[in-house]
Write a protein that binds this ligand. Structure first.
Ligand code: TXA
Ligand code: MG
Length: 331
């Protein structure tokens, strides 16, 4: 057993973290766990590794990647002119599911990681394995979610293997992701911070820290905000709790294999026929976030053709869940 920050790792995991660091230093891609989703990591200072990252991900090279660091002390290594609001948010939420977009420090990370922008997205993830991996590596790790572009994000090591196979040198297994949806992205480059992507940290949390309301979403590019994203192969249709029973009946009548994704109270009230695949029936919005991507993947695994999804209320983390469901439904 060894490890920093009072965290002891079983010796096998400890060796795996060392191996992951060695591979990253050699310019390889390493998938690693975070509390939100698994990331596909590359040395943020290595152009060749970044090039390969974009190839494997299948993502346009103009889409920036989040740079992950082990500690808030590294923020100024990659950024300049960090505003008080950005610093306050980082202090309040890190380690955690928050990415702040700040002005990039010239030369600190590959311009491939920042997609040619003058800004950089930075995050300290709240996962003991990720933190130890980042600490031992020492520098920034550029990492998008470890799925192919446009597809469902991975919340387990097995999801990464299924998607990327041997295109990734190693998957560091840290168990299922606790939060289950990506980080909240806050643009801190222009005056009032504004949310570019809803995520694990709620709008109310952010407002509480910065003391005032959030600015209007800026025109800053955040391609995770593309309309069609997070999509399984099955069609996803968003319905209200009241519509669920009728829509299930209509799709079944046309011979479709139907899957349902809704809060337990909604599923129970709908009294669904036995041949409907209940993909998940989470008890609340936190559980919904946690189960969401695994449920969408299971739809494909069960041969479901139509997923009927009822979003939770859009307060708290429900906003991120509703956002991902909306994007999954745009195919
Ligand atoms: O929770 C997460 O954020 C996960 C884990 C692995 O940390 N990562 C993640 O990465 O979701 P990705 O690449 O799938 O989504 C990152 C989003 C993209 O929409 C990207 O455009 C945006 O962050 N982004 C990154 N840097 C940015 C920047 N400088 N300005 C605006 N948006 C940025
Ligand atoms: Mg992603």
């Amino acid at each position: 057993m060894s490890g920093a920050g009072g965290h002891a790792f079983p010796s096998d995991l400890d060796r795996q973290i060392d191996r992951a660091v060695d591979l990253l230093r050699a310019g390889e891609l390493v998938a690693f766990p975070t509390e939100t989703v698994y990331g596909l990591g590359a040395d943020a200072a290595n152009d060749d590794a970044l090039q390969r990252l974009y190839e494997v991900k299948g993502r346009p090279s103009t889409h920036p990647v989040i740079v992950h660091v082990a500690s808030i002390d590294q923020l100024d290594d990659v950024a300049v002119n960090v505003s008080d609001a950005a610093r306050a948010l980082a202090h309040a939420c890190w380690p955690g599911p928050l990415t702040i977009v700040v002005a990039r420090r010239p030369g600190a990370v590959s311009t491939l990681a920042t997609g040619g922008l003058e800004t950089v997205g930075v995050r300290v993830p709240a996962h003991p394995v990720a933190l130890e991996f980042l600490r031992r590596f020492g520098g920034g790790v550029a990492a998008p979610s470890a799925n192919r572009f446009g597809r469902v994000s991975p919340t387990q090591a097995a999801h990464v293997w299924a998607d990327l196979g041997t295109d990734v040198a190693m998957v560091l297994d840290g168990g299922p992701s606790r939060v289950g949806v990506e980080s909240t992205i806050v643009d801190c480059t222009q005056g009032q911070p504004s949310v570019l992507r809803a995520g694990g940290v709620t709008a109310a949390d952010i407002t509480r820290v910065v003391g005032v309301g959030l600015g209007a979403p800026s025109s800053t590019r955040a391609p995770g905000t593309l309309a069609a994203h997070y999509a399984p192969h099955a069609r996803v249709e968003l319905v209200t709790a009241g519509e669920l029973g009728t829509r299930v009946a209509e799709h079944r009548a046309s011979g479709q294999i139907v899957g349902v994704l809704a809060l337990a109270e909604v599923v129970d009230r709908a009294s669904l026929p036995d041949d409907v695949v209940v993909l998940a029936r989470p008890r609340d919005a936190d559980a919904y976030a946690h189960d969401l991507y695994d449920a969408l993947r299971n739809a494909d695994a069960h041969g479901v053709e139509y997923v009927l999804a009822v979003a939770p209320l859009t307060d708290g983390i429900g906003a991120a869940v509703a956002d991902r469901l909306r994007r999954a439904s745009h195919q």
